[in-house]
Design a protein around this ligand. Structure first.
Ligand SMILES: [Zn+2]
Length: 79
């Protein structure tokens, strides 16, 4: 399974929504041409883990650990 990485930061890139560009890099916050990227072979399992991890860290940004902890305390108190 081929996945595409950014030449500059080695982050996995997404398909660009901007016309004229092929990919966009989340961590550089830049639109990229194909020549600014390279393809790597990633097994399906490893890719699933990478996607799950990046979604998890994105959720952590929205709901920091403290928020989870406070919610947990609230639930415990209610019982
Ligand atoms: Zn990048």
């Amino acid at each position: 399974m081929k996945q595409v990485k950014c030449n500059r930061c080695e982050n996995f890139v997404l398909k660009s929504k901007v016309e004229g560009y092929t990919y966009s890099c989340d961590s550089c916050e830049e639109e990229l041409y194909t020549i600014e990227t390279y393809a790597v072979d990633v097994s399906a399992v490893k890719w699933a883990a990478i996607v799950a991890f990046s979604q998890l860290s994105r959720m952590r940004n929205k709901f920091p650990l403290e928020t989870w902890f406070l919610q947990l305390l609230r639930i415990i108190k209610q019982r």
